[in-house]
Write a new protein. Structure first.
Length: 106
């Protein structure tokens, strides 16, 4: 499993937790919105590594947008849930096999 796939699973799971109505709001507010900053950094790192690998960047870009507007009460919850779904669907896609030494084994 690639690093980008692992990061997408991790960020997707964290977004899902933040999308739970009372739990997510409690986490974000009790830590003074610091979790949104942490998620922003994680989404940027995931985006850079995904771009480097040539993968789909939609989930990471949506995560960056979500981290920037998630302080808005109900909009943030909906965005966290949508971002989690998109990231996890992207992470669940099978990876393309790369032939070793340019030789196609199949």
């Amino acid at each position: 499993m690639s690093t980008t796939k692992i990061l997408k699973w991790v960020t997707g799971g964290m977004e899902a937790v933040l999308g739970v109505p009372i739990l997510g709001a409690t986490i974000v507010i009790s830590f003074l919105w610091f979790p949104l900053l942490v998620m922003l950094v994680l989404h940027i790192v995931t985006l850079v590594l995904t771009k480097k690998d040539g993968g789909a960047t939609t989930g990471s870009i949506l995560g960056i947008v979500t981290s920037c507007i998630a302080w808005i009460p109900f909009v943030g919850m909906i965005m966290h849930i949508l971002t989690a779904i998109i990231l996890m669907l992207d992470a669940a896609k099978p990876e393309a096999e790369v032939p070793l030494d340019g030789i196609d084994v199949a």
